[in-house]
Design a protein around this ligand. Sequence first.
Ligand code: FE2
Length: 147
Amino acid sequence: MEVDPAKGNQIFSQMRALKVDYTFAYEGYINHNVYFDTVGGNGGPATGAVAKLIDEAYGSFENWVKDLKTTGVAARGWVYLAYDHDEKRVFNYIGDAQNSFPIWNHTLLLAMDVYEHAYFLDFGTARAKYIEAYLQIIDWAAVNARL
Ligand SMILES: [Fe+2]
């Protein structure tokens, strides 16, 4: 398909579709890679440098879990634990779509998929139960390796 860049506009254009869908596809690839790279562990309390960052930012692992759960129920697509290189802290972010709300100068440490396709077969509409199960399989060594 040929895209005429001279015909670009913000309502609809091939240039817009190409650029937006490129980030949707590429970030979807990254999100799912981080998701699958950081599960398969034994969950439980965070370990290593990430545990220290979580404690500094949230006061305790339990506070972070509480925030992750409520963020996960409020999100439409993803919850990201990311390290902010400017503020030198971690934070639980919402990503409503594969390519929404990217934050510059962050390192993505953990990506929890909360699209319905991630849990509906096993948990039905009980997203909170899925998040509980997710917490039991986080691979904290893999999360630390991303830092
Ligand atoms: Fe997904």
